[in-house]
Design a protein around this ligand. Structure first.
Ligand code: AMP
Length: 370
């Protein structure tokens, strides 16, 4: 499937980015290297991405006039976060191409819609059920079993809006603490490891996947990513195949990340480990930051190429790569990282470190190990 009538941008054309965090900042830097200009839209006057672009719009996402002026100034619009309000996307899409298309966000903004979508493609997920009241939660537990993870359907990130439920837990309490009207219950997966695939899909429908990344979380936040993931070539090919199937089914243009659990084979089984999709992020992703220094083309450049209607690159990995997030006070040690062997330091200029806040990251490449 190809995307019709998408204009091919020329160097000097302008890309609008919704969101001004570190992802927007790194997207703008990649766009700049290819000769594009960027305009960032963010309600935060101190947005880190404002530093690296000449044109900035500081306004709320509900400010229709600001959205219209922003759209008129750019040739194509993209975003660095998935919770773009529908009304803002409509205003923008009436004026300029918005890529990836908004309908993708409608699926990925809702964990239930996302799981239904993945399941319809014949791809595995944790067993799940809708839970939109305490009674609904009880019924969901009867279907999914315990232990299980309850997650708000919308606006959850970095483990926010979720809790593990075990046998004997006070369900009334769990429901009140979650403070939501709509949630999804998922079976707790005793995974062997967590991996992700960063896939880019061009306007012509061509897909390029980066090598599979293995991710370690702490307090639900990504701490370290390693490439290649310690899985068989066969499983890695399967993981890339899943990401490609999802990107094609969404008629996606840009970079997306698919997070998956590797589940060990059950005792006595002759088949190998299996993959379950946990989450789709319709944007560049933290677990793809290693590509900035560890591959010939980064996830940010692939995304810019895709939305510009340019051909995707064929990324070559420079070796074994480790990406370490600098979270909260970790960033205070940045000077030690400056002299660590093979380290490339990225700081996002986020001001005072706050607990759980992503302040920067460090990439280390070992060229002689593939
Ligand atoms: P999420 O917000 O869905 O990406 O979840 C954040 C993290 O919580 C994941 O990266 C996992 O480490 C853990 N997690 C989420 N869902 C499950 C599950 N169904 N079973 C086990 N661990 C989970």
């Amino acid at each position: 499937m190809t995307v019709s009538n998408q204009a091919r941008l020329k160097p000097g054309d302008s890309i609008g980015i919704l969101g001004g965090g570190q992802l927007g900042r790194m997207l703008a830097m990649a766009a700049s290297r290819l000769g594009f200009r960027c305009q960032v839209f963010s309600p935060d006057p101190d947005a880190p991405a404002f530093d690296v672009v000449q044109n900035a719009t500081c306004a709320e996402y509900a400010d229709v006039e600001a959205l219209e002026l922003f759209a008129n100034d750019v040739d194509v619009i993209t975003y660095e976060f998935e919770n773009v309000p529908a009304a803002a996307a409509m205003v923008l899409a009436a004026r300029r191409p918005v890529l990836p298309e908004y309908k993708v966000l409608e699926t990925t903004q809702d964990r239930l819609a996302e799981k239904d979508f993945v399941t319809r493609l014949g791809i595995g997920t944790a067993a799940y059920a809708d839970a939109s009241s305490v009674d609904g939660l009880r019924a969901a537990i009867a279907r999914v079993g315990l232990p299980a993870v309850i997650k708000t359907r919308r606006f959850g990130y970095d483990g926010k809006g979720q809790a593990i439920i075990r046998d004997g837990d006070d369900l009334q309490r769990v429901w009140i603490d979650l403070a939501t009207r709509s949630a999804i219950l998922e079976a707790f997966i005793p995974f062997e490891r967590e991996i992700s695939v960063i896939a880019a899909r061009g306007a012509d429908g061509h897909v390029e996947c980066f090598d599979v990344t293995e991710n370690k979380h702490g307090d639900h936040i990504l701490k370290v990513s390693r490439v290649p993931a310690a899985i068989s070539d066969e499983l890695a090919a399967q993981a890339r195949g899943i990401a490609e199937t999802i990107a094609n089914a969404m008629n996606y243009v840009g970079v997306l990340a698919v997070e998956m659990f590797v589940v060990p084979s059950t005792q006595g089984s002759t088949s190998g480990p299996t993959l379950l999709v946990n989450e789709i992020a319709p944007r560049v992703h933290n677990s793809g930051h290693w590509t900035l220094d560890g591959a010939s083309i980064s996830q940010f450049e692939q995304h810019i190429r895709a939305i510009a209607g340019w051909p995707l690159g064929k990324p070559v990995r420079h070796g074994a790569v480790t990406m370490t997030n600098l979270i909260g006070n970790d960033v205070l040690a940045y000077e030690q990282w400056l002299t660590a062997p093979g380290a490339t330091v990225h700081l996002y200029r986020k001001g005072a470190p706050r607990s759980g806040r992503k302040m920067g990251h460090v990439t280390q490449v070992t060229p002689d190990r593939k």
